[in-house]
Design a protein. Structure first.
Length: 253
């Protein structure tokens, strides 16, 4: 079984479609764990209505206080009962055969940690044609210069990886920090280079996003990866080039 963990915060505009999208997956052995992080827009009420209508494979967990996406995902991980754990953000989109293809891929490769290609979408999740391709494998050192692992594409096999190590820390870019910690411990991430998801990108200031991203990646180099300032600058150069190409839909790694 796959346990699908979704942090929910003010996702009323998306959550019903998200649930329907999971229900329409061709792979049917799943449970959907929705962790409401004290939404103020009625997200939890929508979920409760759907559950009360007979959605038996869906669970809602209400957080007692707003603690952020990392804590919500960790709560979902702790509540999971499946062999596989997959992450999904409430505003992103999966292709109908995403789960089936990723599980087949993990069984074929023996991967404990996998991720796949995805496509940028606009604010309505309409595909833009900018596809982010992924490498066959990603080690810790290679990951330092390419933040190519998108949370909504990640899946773990808990029979091959310690559940504790996939919990996310309370730091900026907690998802990337988690991938790096796992890779640094000796695991490799296996990439399925097939577009199985859409990353919804609302219209925001690109300049402010870039400055924020620079600050986050520098924090990760110095505090998560434990790199010196010169080493951080070295990897930052590679990251900046690849990040630019990825946003333009030109990078294959």
């Amino acid at each position: 079984m796959v346990s699908i963990v979704v942090p929910v915060y003010n996702a009323a505009n998306y959550i019903e479609n998200t649930i329907r999208m999971v229900e329409e997956q061709t792979y049917t052995d799943w449970e959907l764990i929705l962790v409401d992080d004290c939404s103020t827009d009625g997200s939890a009420s929508i979920i409760e209505r759907i559950i009360s209508a007979g959605a038996k494979k869906i669970r809602l967990i209400r957080m007692e206080f707003n603690a952020g996406a990392a804590n919500a995902r960790n709560t979902g991980i702790d509540a999971s009962g499946g062999r596989y754990i997959a992450f999904l953000d409430a505003d992103d989109v999966w292709k109908p055969d995403k789960l089936q293809k990723q599980i087949d891929f993990m069984e074929k490769t023996g991967a404990a940690f996998s991720f796949h290609a995805y496509e940028f979408g606009d604010r309505d999740a309409n595909p833009t044609g900018k596809i982010v391709h992924v490498p066959e494998k990603l080690t810790f050192r290679k990951a330092l210069s390419r933040t190519v692992i998108f949370t909504t594409t990640v899946m773990f096999d808990t029979e091959k990886i310690d559940m504790e190590i996939i919990h996310m820390p309370q730091v900026p870019s907690e998802d990337t920090a988690t991938w790096w910690r796992i890779l640094k411990s000796g695991y490799e991430a296996y990439g399925l280079d097939e577009n199985l998801a859409i990353y919804r990108r609302p219209g925001k200031s690109l300049s402010s996003n870039k400055f924020a991203a620079i600050g986050r990646i520098w924090f990760l180099y110095r505090n998560i990866a434990g790199l010196s300032a010169p080493a951080s600058l070295f990897y930052f150069g590679g990251w900046a080039v690849r990040a630019t190409l990825r946003r333009l839909g030109l990078s294959r790694v």
